[in-house]
Design a protein around this ligand. Structure first.
Ligand code: F3S
Length: 413
């Protein structure tokens, strides 16, 4: 791989051991994918921010990089951690985990990260522009920024994202290259997409077939909301390994079908009918009984509009006794929601707003059995898809209204 003189110096250790180690990681990665050179990145989003993912070894690796002089040279944000900063004991985090999480977050912060601890960094200041090269982890955010903003990133793992943070570089391959960003699968959307849950269901349906291929949607409503596109992105990256999508007339690299496919013919065509929508919903809504105990809203992290919707659905009502309602969000969104009274409204009604973590990144496999939870009820296709396999909890899956009805009645359906 071609390296500039400055990059050669980095690799030779002239800029310290952390930079040297980082260059070794990036060069090995680039060579394995046939990259011709490294390119500068505008920002990094770090996925390995929870100790549930990083563990002792990952935490030590990050600490060692910091202690040997590592400093971030680009904008860096962090994914959710394993704990809410105030309610960590209530969500089953041990003193040991609390201490370990503190060490990991401090190491990132000391190297210069904005520890926003959210999977929606694009809502809180890390908002890329068209064509910018990034090195982001967190699959849902990768799909969102590649597709909705037209920024360019591969799905980075923890070590490669850390290496890019310390060098400001990433190998040029995959989604950094225009020729790899064209669509392969045509998806004709005939079903009515009424809310973000329908967008999530569409993402789940397509992800199952697409694998790593890029879908091109035709027939999506012209002005989908940010929440709709967030749900679609997350679901595509859950049932599949999709890194970007095009929506004709909606996303910036798809002004026409022809341009989305780079002048080529689709390799496959899918049709998303009302019937397919119902079928996909049923696949995600796995729990056969009407039993409800744990409810989660905010995967990916809830926007201020979603929190507002929860408040609206709770107006004049209370969360049913025995039901735990979690609304998961970022610290920044929490502060905004607090200012306008949404946090108080939700908590007065018996719900809990959890920030900076989510069921996926907390110690759910220990916490859920301790609490006696038998199901997870959610409006997120991503969460419903993962809950049975990751936490052993079959999911109830439906739109926000239906989920909130379960929260206040204590029953599903
Ligand atoms: Fe975010 Fe956790 Fe969902 S990281 S995308 S809320 S699984």
């Amino acid at each position: 791989m071609y390296l500039t003189d400055e990059e050669k110096e980095m690799l030779d250790g002239k800029k310290g051991p952390s930079v040297k180690k980082s260059m070794e990681i990036l060069v090995a990665l680039g060579e394995s994918f046939g990259a011709k050179r490294l390119i500068p990145v505008k920002s990094v989003h770090m996925a390995g921010s929870s100790v549930v993912v990083a563990g002792d070894a990952g935490t030590k690796f990050v600490e060692d990089m910091q202690k040997s002089g590592g400093e971030f040279v680009t904008k860096v944000t962090t994914n959710p951690t394993a704990m809410d900063p105030d309610k960590w004991r209530d969500i089953g985090i041990s003193d040991e985990d609390h201490e370990l999480q503190g060490r990991l977050s401090d190491a990132y912060k000391n190297m210069g990260a904005n520890t926003c601890n959210t999977c929606t960094p694009y809502l809180v200041g890390n908002t890329p522009r068209f064509g910018e090269h990034l090195a982001w982890g967190e699959s849902s955010a990768v799909v969102f920024v590649n597709s909705v903003y037209g920024a360019r990133t591969n799905r980075e793992g923890g070590p490669s994202a850390l290496a890019s943070s310390l060098t400001g570089r990433t190998p040029e391959y995959g989604f950094h290259l225009k020729e790899n960003r064209y669509g392969k699968i045509l998806v004709k959307v005939e079903a009515d997409l009424k809310d973000m849950t329908d967008f999530g269901t569409l993402g789940y349906f397509v992800g199952k077939v697409a694998g790593q291929d890029t879908p091109v949607f035709c027939g999506i409503p012209e002005n989908p909301s940010l929440e709709d596109l967030k749900a679609l992105s997350a679901a595509l990256a859950s049932s599949g390994s999709v890194s970007m999508f095009h929506a004709v007339g909606v996303t910036p690299e798809a002004p026409s079908l022809d341009e989305a496919f780079g002048g080529k013919k689709p390799e496959k065509t899918l049709i998303f009918t009302e019937e397919e929508k119902l079928k996909a919903e049923k696949e995600l809504d796995k729990e056969p009984s009407d039993h409800v105990d744990w409810i989660q809203i905010g995967c990916p992290n809830a926007s201020i509009e979603e929190i507002k919707e929860v408040v609206k659905e709770l107006e004049g009502k209370k969360v049913h006794p025995g039901i735990t309602l979690w609304v998961t969000t970022s610290a920044a969104m929490y502060a905004m929601a607090d200012r306008v009274g949404y946090i108080k409204a939700i908590e007065d009604a018996g719900g809990t707003v959890i920030r900076e973590t989510c069921p996926f990144l907390a110690r759910t496999t220990q916490f859920a059995p301790e609490k006696g939870y038998k199901t997870l009820t959610t409006n997120s296709a991503k969460m419903a898809f993962y809950a049975p396999g990751m936490f052993g909890l079959p999911a109830h899956y439906g739109n926000l209204k239906k989920v909130m009805r379960a929260a206040t009645t204590g029953r599903w359906g």
